[in-house]
Design a protein around this ligand. Structure first.
Ligand code: MRU
Length: 350
């Protein structure tokens, strides 16, 4: 697939490296993770972000935390320390289910297989982290194929936030069909919402797509209605951080507004959701915990001077929930799911 070869998380020559996304688009810098505290900080500060990439980082992070555990302390102590590290990492961000999913999978595999030594347990953790990474890469490629079947050459496509290569192991979720389409001569025109307040669309999506040679136009979030009304948008594609059993999907703040607008203008809204992001234990969007972040991100972080009176009251939820009724189809690595979502998501996961 025509996509520049950049991974948000790598394990190379015994080192876990994370692309520091807070420094994009200006600098492409990898930082080494040496402990669970490093990984927690990188996830919390959004150096690594995007639901699948967070899962991959947490999986390698758990291995990195445990890899120097002394053999002589024994397996029981190893498992205790593992659980503590898992609980700590899960608390880094609450909304993306991939974080808990990946960490539970890492611990679950040891509980099920019961390795006979600390060394064997460490090796098994590393293998599982590698599988989580490579399975996500394959899932993204498959979502690219399914997603492309819904698109036509020359289409205008609007996206919100960044669900591209750097939000996953590789290829992205909702940007994967755009890369695949580019390779096959589809000539898409992409509109990237800037995605306030942390500017994932401006800093990351427009960087990623233009680096891959794809036609991309950056717009402010409040311009989506205008480009839709002008007839420039034929489809909206987004990622997802957690999809509840009824098909409600939490994604970056602003996504639900885009979905509502798309319905008004008769534009299909496609949410890309790997099965690792579907949480059948959460009944509906109302039960999804939404992360709230520091208000300074809204009026100070990107400016030389504060853009509001000092000490202003703020409200800064990082995600919102798009109700299932606004989602035309859910694209997964196992196929395209259409309403009724409660039945069809369950069938898919069986
Ligand atoms: O706060 P972020 O940047 O981690 O939010 C990311 C998103 O909302 C993405 O759309 C989602 O995680 C899907 S990434 C394939």
């Amino acid at each position: 697939m025509k996509v520049f070869d950049i991974a948000p998380v790598k394990y190379l020559d015994g080192k876990m490296l994370v692309l520091d996304q807070t420094r994009l688009p200006g600098e492409e810098v990898y930082i080494e993770m040496q402990s669970k505290e490093d990984v927690f900080e990188a996830i919390y500060k959004l150096r690594v972000r995007g639901a699948p990439a967070i899962g991959v980082a947490a999986a390698y992070g758990l291995y990195v935390e445990m890899r120097d555990f002394p053999e002589e302390k024994g397996l029981a102590a190893f498992m205790q320390a593992l659980k503590k590290a898992k609980d700590y990492l899960i608390s880094a961000r609450p909304t993306a289910v991939n974080l808990a999913w990946a960490l539970n999978r890492m611990c679950g595999v040891l509980e099920a297989e019961k390795p006979q030594s600390v060394e064997a347990a460490k090796q098994r953790l590393f293998i599982e982290a590698e599988s989580i990474r490579s399975e996500d890469e394959a899932a993204c490629y498959a979502m690219g194929e399914y997603g492309l079947s819904l698109l036509r050459p020359g289409m205008g496509i609007l996206t919100h936030c960044n669900a591209g290569t750097i939000a996953t192991a590789k290829y992205g979720t909702c940007l994967a069909p755009i890369y695949l389409g580019a390779e096959r001569g589809f000539d898409f025109h992409v509109f990237a919402d800037e995605t306030r307040p942390l500017l994932q669309g401006a800093r990351l999506t427009s960087w990623e797509l233009s680096k891959a040679g794809i036609d991309v136009t950056l717009i402010c979030d409040n311009m989506a209605a205008t480009v839709m009304k002008k007839g420039w948008v034929d489809a909206v594609v987004t990622g997802c951080d957690r999809m509840a059993a009824n098909g409600d999907g939490a994604n970056k703040i602003g996504t639900s507004g885009v979905a509502i607008l798309a319905k008004e203008y008769g534009i299909p809204f496609y949410m890309y959701v790997p099965t690792s992001t579907i949480d059948l234990n959460t009944a509906s969007g109302e039960a999804i915990e939404i992360e709230e972040r520091d208000g300074e991100e809204i009026y100070k972080m990107w400016y030389e001077k504060p853009m509001a009176p000092e000490g202003i009251k703020t409200y800064n939820p990082a995600f919102d929930v798009t109700e299932a009724k606004y989602i035309t189809a859910v694209i997964t690595e196992k196929g395209i799911v259409r309403p009724p979502y409660r039945e069809n998501l369950e069938k898919l996961l069986k």
